[in-house]
Design a protein around this ligand. Sequence first.
Ligand code: CP3
Length: 348
Amino acid sequence: MNTQTADSAFIRACRRQPVSRVPAWYMRQAGRSLPEYRATRAGTAMLDATSNPDLITEITMQPVRRYGVDAAILFSDIVVPLRAAGLDIDIRPGVGPVVDKPVSDETDVVKLRALEPGDVSFVSRAVEMLTAELGGIPLIGFAGGPFTLACYLVEGGPSKTFDRTRSLMYASPAVWDSMLGWLTDITIAFLLAQVHAGASAVQLFDSWAGIVSPEDYRRGVLPFSRRIFAALASQDVPAIHFGVGTGELLGLLGEAGADVVGVDWRVPLDEAVHRVAPGKALQGNLDPAVLLAPWPVIEERARQVLEKGRTAESHIFNLGHGVLPDTDPDMLARLTDLVHSIPAGSPG
Ligand code: CP3
């Protein structure tokens, strides 16, 4: 546990302790919407940037300086631990993760090796540098959820519907279970490396888990996510669990064992409260597309999110998914000021 940040609004809200104002941070706050990010990244490939502790530190700090957010999120990517474990995977600009040889059967799975902490020493080093620089501001470490990582492994690249992934899950449960078992081990090792280096909280991005039915989620995804949160339980760091389009799965996401359930923009927070069993904080859920609208629209919608968030045991303000690349950074800075100007528990 990072004791310097234990009293921050973000960590207190994750633990459902009282706060004077609702904490805010933004998924994908570090990235292409910031001109200083584009300048820092110029000429450096994405996965080279995520392997360089100085660049990781600088890019992680950029949104903290500009937006006054209540938490930093490590600049990295969900594929970083997979590459560190020897998988031939790259991030293509404007495309996303691409895998040279997709996984389709058991022989592909047995070739995969475990992740040793030394494989991600550059991440540990960056987390140490960042926690020293951030002081009382919490650093969120993160990893991709096993289902979302499997999507890229099986498809070999991005997809809208991940049909091959779902089909493998239905047709070959044994292959599926061993592949997700491997991804779960990698994810645990990657998250523990970040926590041991000083991260104050972690978020598991199972971004694409919303494409499976509750029944299939319960059989093919939940046991693995549950194992991840159980492995973190002794670390005393709050954990957040998020996926896109998970309206039908919110209850199950809560069952996986995180302290905070992230909600996308499709389900209002006062409805999400009824779908998630008691004992959880909620995070979310302003539609990132709202930020492309004029300020009065942003303000009205943000106030609505805060208002509905008051029905939760505890609320962390965020977007319903990542910041869109065309977002005007000034709007995010104003948004943070707005959230901070409203006392927690008061009508928006
Ligand atoms: O949130 C943050 O600010 C921290 C950094 C972060 C990145 N990726 C940096 C990144 C985080 C948390 C992620 C998570 C991630 N990566 C997810 C889960 C979150 C989500 O959005 O649902 C997923 C599915 C990925 C896989 C991935 N990596 C995609 C789909 C892309 C975008 C491809 C594109 O160019 O459109 C990436 C690349 C990536 N990861 C960028 C950044 C800043 C853009 C790279 C660039 O600058 O060109």
